[in-house]
Design a protein. Structure first.
Lengths: 160, 762
């Protein structure tokens, strides 16, 4: 039975607006397929326990933990990763705000933070420090102490 | 000269990290790459009777599998106390026992599951008291349970106690915790095509140390091992020093002649990466009737876990931190490092210092109580005055502790003013009227930074005029690329954008120590400065030759040289660099040749510098739930001159939250059978945006006289006093309940217990 569950399947994933047809084992997580099959290593894996948020991507516009999803389930969904949130040249206004506010140190949590913050900003609601904290409370950062991340998101709401 | 040093410059490293283009070890790949998973011990102590790898080898996708016995003949054992793969017995849960190599990690884990190990469980020791008791089981055969006993101190402690008017005593307990960087450890090893050497990409904090240890383990010369660090996702101390997996992966790459990669998962990280903090102190403090310190006596025990890694350092730093900013006439700290069947310990953020600071500061609060003085006043009375530097504390070993500079009274007064210390009583009273329990806490510290010998930097201008700074002082988020570029830019009078910083390739610079103990910026920063000064001199000499002038008359400015008074005739760095790094024969003038190349390597050596600070914080405690909320947190901090205030503030914000979660959240728990009970972020919660306290920082800059940049380290001082300051604040909030807090962390459970046990009621 272990053999059966690892029979590869072919799926088409829509990532950052582009279709990728890949052969994957059913047990491979979306995070692993993005990183190792598609080479989109900006999505990070910090815990594989669904807690740290480093692996956050947008699935149909909503933040989701790619370590808890299987790639085979993702056919027909729109996936956006940090690579898809990055302009051809330079930085997005949110990325700029992170840069200005020193909102990253090691940068390992950063892609997940940016993805989560993007979903928040996309809601277009006015933000308070409280709502920003709330929205980011599922993304762990061990380096920054969070304050500058919250500041950056608050600051980006104007520019976004 | 442009003033780049001291500016809050935005970081160079951000651009790749913000766009998903960082390169962390798990992002690296190579043709033919195979993945590794480890078989780890499920027992805290057991004999290994047999390891059957055959079922693993038959698992689809598995390439190879090896046990400790397979590995042992091929490598030098004894480089570390712990063998890379266990041999006859295991001594903690999570100890690596065998390794499976497969086409991908899923298959490698299938292989691990198929391995059958025959164990005989042996008696387990998880408590240092048991380990030290008469007739205790030996934790690791052939090795003593008491690893080391160190007496650190000075002065006549007995005589001081004899004349004391007041003696306060306390038993302080700090439980086990760990750093948990968001990126786990990882290694990728690529063999040389002819199998004679290996390149090891790893998350280490100390590439040069690793090169040496790996070369010894693999019985190779150092130049056959190249250690490189990619971007690293935080470390805080726990990615330092050789780990078993690094030896195994490097050996596998050479043995299989294929690139091999291991990425630790979070479950492994909890058990396989070093822990710290766990100590028990029995302290007595003697003072005169006015609360002036006479002597401190501390007997403490450090739970080392199974094998020696960095436990001795932790123990020593704890003892050496005790005197802090105070004149303490006599000290006797006796530490014992004791073996148990738990994960080995080693330093992380603070490295024993938070515990030492906790001891001193808690005792200062007890003393204030005993002599009926204000907690700030008792500190004020004992501070080393600003004119006393250099100040020899009296500690002579393991190293002489002589503070270089500081202004402790100013630091204290500023923190008190910012936190509203003088109005505290009224504020607390007003809150109590509303049925709220709030309190204020205070803690000071002095921290040795930038110790441990030397660090190096090489500055090179290549033939196209590109400037690169190389160093072994790798970064895991601290922003060294930016800080070093600022220093080089200032000396070379170039914009920082023109400086590239390349860290952590042992082929780039022959010597290095690494990044830990708040040392990298101080030591490597000054090495960058010295190397850049040497390169600037070379540039000017070459410019003089090309301009046919005396070097004295050459002006170097904004990336070009000219003869004083003739700024129209300029010669660019590119032109100078092309001539100094020639590819064609150069005509030799009558003056003879100039040394070729624009390049210098220097190693900056220094005794430690001493950063200082004061934390003051307000908390609110709910006595019904045991919940603590931080209302306000003030840090006054003096780390000498700041290379980049932004980077320093980042360190402090992060450091305070680190300390806060040591006090309120984090505890690694073991069962009596030695099972680690906390192995996910659910049972070992890290702080989130919800725990983030409102924080205010004030900087004082007392330059260090021990280095030309006048800088001191800043990486750990956000954390060190936080334990004591927050504990004091919680205790203050619960004062009417008569609660004495002596055990960390202050989980709601523990607070409720303390409340239940206390006799007084408000
Ligand atoms: S890696 Fe997915 S939540 Fe941590
Ligand atoms: S910047 Fe390191 S984990 Fe957030």
């Amino acid at each position: 039975m272990a053999e059966a569950s690892i029979q590869p399947l072919t799926v088409t994933l829509k990532v950052n607006g582009r279709d990728y047809t890949v052969t994957v084992e059913p047990r491979w997580t979306l995070a692993d397929v993005l990183r190792h099959q598609l080479g989109l290593t900006g999505t990070h894996v910090g815990c594989e326990q669904g807690v740290c948020g480093a692996c956050t991507v947008l699935v149909d516009g909503e933040p989701a933990r790619s370590c808890l999803m299987f790639a085979v389930q993702m056919e027909g969904h729109e996936i956006v990763t940090i690579e898809g949130l990055t302009p051809e040249a330079g930085l997005s206004p949110l990325q700029e705000a992170f840069h200005r506010h020193h909102a990253l140190q090691c940068g390992f949590c950063t892609p997940g933070m940016l993805v989560t913050a993007t979903a928040l900003l996309n809601q277009g609601k006015p933000l308070t420090e409280e709502t920003v904290r709330e929205a980011l409370s599922g993304n762990l950062c061990r380096c920054t102490g969070y304050q500058f991340i919250v500041d950056a998101v608050m600051d980006a709401q104007g520019g976004k | 000269m442009a003033n780049w040093v001291g500016q809050a410059w935005d970081r160079i490293e951000d651009l790749r990290l913000l766009t998903g283009r960082g390169r962390f070890v798990a992002d690296l790949t190579a043709p033919g790459l195979v993945s590794v998973a480890f078989v780890r011990s499920p027992h805290a102590h057991a004999a290994i009777n047999r390891v059957d790898l055959e079922p693993a080898r038959r698992t689809p996708g598995v390439v190879a599998a090896f046990s400790g016995a397979d590995l042992a003949p091929h490598i030098a054992l004894g480089v570390t106390e712990q063998p890379p793969l266990a041999l006859q017995a295991v001594h903690y849960v999570g100890e690596p026992v065998a390794v499976v190599v497969a086409e991908d990690r899923y298959a490698a884990e299938d292989g691990v599951e198929a391995v059958a190990v025959d164990w005989t469980p042996l008696p387990v020791v998880t408590d240092v008291r048991v380990a030290l008791a008469e007739g205790a089981p030996t934790v690791v055969a052939g090795r003593p349970n008491l690893i080391a006993e160190r007496r650190i101190g000075y002065g006549d402690v007995a005589a001081q106690f004899a004349r004391a008017a007041v003696v306060v005593q306390e038993r302080l307990v700090i439980h086990r915790a760990t750093a948990q960087p968001l990126e786990t450890r990882g290694v990728m090893a690529i063999p040389d095509p002819d199998g004679s050497g290996v390149t090891v990409w790893t998350t280490t904090q100390s590439p040069h140390e690793l090169r040496r240890s790996l070369a010894r383990s693999l019985r190779l010369s150092e130049d056959k091992v190249r250690v490189r660090t990619p971007d690293v996702g935080g470390s805080f101390g726990v990615k330092n020093r050789l780990y078993p997996e690094e030896v195994v992966v490097a050996w596998l790459a050479m043995r299989l002649v294929r690139p091999v990669r291991w990425i630790e998962d979070r479950l492994e990280h909890f058990a396989a990466t070093q822990h710290e903090r766990e100590q028990v102190h029995e302290v007595e403090l003697a003072a005169d009737a006015e609360g002036r310190l006479l002597a401190l006596r501390d007997r403490f025990v450090v739970d080392n876990g199974a094998y020696v890694r960095g436990g001795v350092t932790v123990m020593q730093r704890t003892a050496m931190t005790i005197p802090g900013p105070y004149r303490l006439p006599a000290l006797e700290a006796v530490g014992r490092l004791v073996r148990t069947h738990k994960t080995p310990i080693g330093p992380y953020r603070g490295a024993g210092r938070p515990q030492g600071c906790f001891v001193m500061e808690r005792m200062m609060d007890r003393l204030a109580e005993a002599v009926g003085q204000d907690r700030a006043e008792v500190r004020r009375r004992n501070l080393i005055p600003p004119d006393a530097f250099p100040y020899a504390t009296g500690i002579e070993s393991p190293e002489r502790v002589v503070y270089d500079s500081g202004d402790f009274p100013a630091v204290l007064e500023e923190a008190l003013a910012l936190a509203g210390w003088d109005q505290a009583a009224a504020r607390i009273e007003a809150a109590r009227q509303e049925g709220r329990w709030i309190g204020i806490g205070l803690a000071m510290n002095v921290e040795d930074t930038g110790g441990g010998g030397y660090e190096g930097a090489r500055v090179r201008v290549d033939g196209n005029g590109e400037v690169t700074v190389y160093s072994g002082a790798v970064a895991q988020g601290q922003g060294h690329e930016t800080a070093f570029a600022q220093v080089a830019a200032e000396v070379l009078d170039l914009p920082p954008e023109r400086i590239r910083v390349a860290l952590g390739d042992t082929d780039d610079i022959p010597l290095g120590i690494g990044t830990f103990g708040s040392r990298a910026t101080t030591l490597a920063g000054n090495a960058v400065r010295e190397s850049a000064i040497a390169v600037r001199r070379q540039i000017v000499e070459w410019a003089a030759r090309l301009l046919e002038a005396d070097p004295e008359d050459v002006v170097w400015e904004g990336g070009a040289a000219y003869v004083r008074g003739v700024p129209e005739r300029r010669i660019s760095l590119e032109a100078i660099a092309a001539r100094a790094n020639p590819l064609t024969p150069i005509p030799m003038g009558p003056e003879g040749p100039l040394p070729l190349g624009l390049e210098a390597t220097t190693y900056f050596q220094s005794a430690p510098t001493y950063s200082s600070g004061c934390h003051a914080c307000w908390v609110e405690v709910d006595p019904r739930t045991g919940q603590v909320r931080v209302l306000d947190y003030v840090v006054v901090h003096d780390c000498g001159r700041m290379l980049n205030p932004k980077l320093v503030e980042g360190q402090i914000y992060g450091g305070v939250l680190f300390g806060l979660s040591t006090v309120l959240l984090e505890e690694l728990r073991y069962g009596e059978d030695g099972q680690l009970l906390t192995t996910t972020f659910l049972d070992y919660p890290l702080p989130t945006t919800t725990e983030m306290p409102p924080l205010r920082i004030a900087h004082r800059e007392t330059p260090s006289p021990r280095n030309p940049l006048g800088i001191k380290g800043a990486g750990e001082s956000g954390t060190i006093p936080a334990l004591a300051a927050l504990t004091a604040a919680v205790e203050d909030a619960l004062k009417p309940f008569g609660v004495h807090l002596t055990e960390l962390p202050l989980t709601p459970e523990r607070l409720l217990q303390a409340l239940a046990q206390s006799q007084s009621r408000p």
